[in-house]
Every structure is written in structure tokens, then in C-alpha cells.
Design a protein around this ligand. Structure first.
Ligand code: FE2
Length: 208
């Protein structure tokens, strides 16, 4: 236990995982899950001391994707996405639905659409997301975007939820000038995941 954190500080993440698992047992339909998952994510990102320190560390060169939880049946995953100053993704898609909640700092998002001859066109203006904001992606409607840290001098962190084990999904990056597609699989930035299942503090407190 870290002295500066309250006992069972990971409880909000465990609550999110438990609630999401119960929802996804009812249905894997995006239209059913999205609004409910969004409400749970809003609650999760309303505080941030639950996020373990090792899932907050930026890399000097690459944005980091720390797996917080993967459903055992790979029906959903939760990620801590850590941006170093000035870091950006290529233009990419997801192939599963996703929710992007901002925990710390700020992200800028530009959406794209691929037309019939394969060229990419920006949709709308670049949007700025602030702590508490939640953006979404969906293969059914809008799945292609470029995301970057809004700050060139500090870290930003997003908590992402996807309708699959996102680190193992075959996805695509797009060349902005030609629209040419390349396959990619993101993987994860660490072999560690947080332990959300140590209930000993809670149980000891009940024992008195
Ligand atoms: Fe993305």
C-alpha cells in the first residue's frame, strides 16, 4: 500500500470493470452498451487518484497504452493512454467501438472520412477535449481520426474503453496525402496490469 493513498484506492476501477462485465453479459450490441458505458466512464474519470502511478508514465518518444483491464472473453478493454508533450497518433481507425475520456491535461482530435476513391477528407474542425469530456469512435459511423496531446510542455492522460481487446485488434493507419492503408496492431506498453482484486483492507475493516 502506498502511504499517501487511501486504502483500496483502486476501487473505482474495480467498480467500473464489474459494472461493465454485468452490462456486456446482457448484450454486446454497441447501441445498448455505448450510453451505459459512457455513464460509467464519466463516473470513473470524475476522480483520478485511483490510477496507479506506473500507468501514468510517459515515454520520451512514444505515446503509451497501459492496459488497465481486459475482459476474459475479450469483449471489452480499458486503457490508460499517456501522451508525452507534443505526441500525436498517425491517422488511424479502431474496428471496434470506443470511448475516450480525458483524465488529465487535454487532447485534440481531428476526424476523417474516406471517400469512394480512397482519399481522406477531414470532417469538421479539430476538437479540443478537456478533463471530464468523452469522445467516441465507431466502425458503424465515425472510426477514423488523428489524436494529439494538446500540450507541448506537459503530459495528458485519457482513459479509453473499447468493445474488444484493443491491443490485439488488427487496425489500419492511413496516409494523409494518398489515403493508402497499412495494417497495424497496437499492442500494449507494459506487461504489467493493476491489481484490482486485493480486498483485504475492506475485509479487515469489516472484521474490526
Ligand atoms: Fe484512436
Amino acid at each position: 500500500m502506498t502511504a499517501s493513498l487511501p486504502m483500496d484506492s483502486i476501487a473505482p476501477l474495480r467498480h467500473f470493470v464489474t459494472e461493465m462485465t454485468q452490462l456486456i453479459d446482457q448484450s454486446q450490441e454497441e447501441s445498448f452498451l455505448r450510453p451505459k458505458a459512457k455513464a460509467l466512464l464519466r463516473e470513473l474519470i470524475s476522480t483520478d487518484q485511483w490510477l496507479p502511478e506506473f500507468c501514468t508514465v510517459p515515454h520520451p518518444q512514444y505515446y503509451q497504452q497501459f492496459l488497465l483491464h481486459a475482459d476474459p472473453l475479450e469483449r471489452f478493454s480499458v486503457i490508460s493512454f499517456v501522451w508525452g508533450p507534443g505526441q500525436a497518433t498517425p491517422i488511424h481507425d479502431h474496428m471496434v467501438w470506443g470511448l475516450i475520456g480525458i483524465l488529465r491535461g487535454s487532447e485534440k482530435v481531428q476526424r476523417y472520412q474516406r471517400d469512394q476513391n480512397g482519399s481522406l477528407k477531414p470532417i469538421g474542425e479539430e476538437e479540443t477535449l478537456l478533463p471530464g469530456d468523452i469522445d467516441d469512435v465507431s466502425p458503424a459511423t465515425r472510426d477514423i481520426h488523428l489524436v494529439k496531446n494538446a500540450f507541448t510542455d506537459k503530459t495528458s492522460i485519457g482513459i479509453h474503453v473499447y468493445g474488444g481487446n484493443i491491443g490485439g485488434v488488427q487496425r489500419h493507419v492511413y496516409d494523409p496525402s494518398t489515403g493508402a492503408i497499412k495494417n497495424f496492431v497496437s499492442g500494449y506498453s507494459s506487461t504489467q496490469i493493476p491489481n484490482i482484486w486485493d480486498r483485504s483492507a475492506q475485509i479487515r475493516a469489516q472484521l474490526g
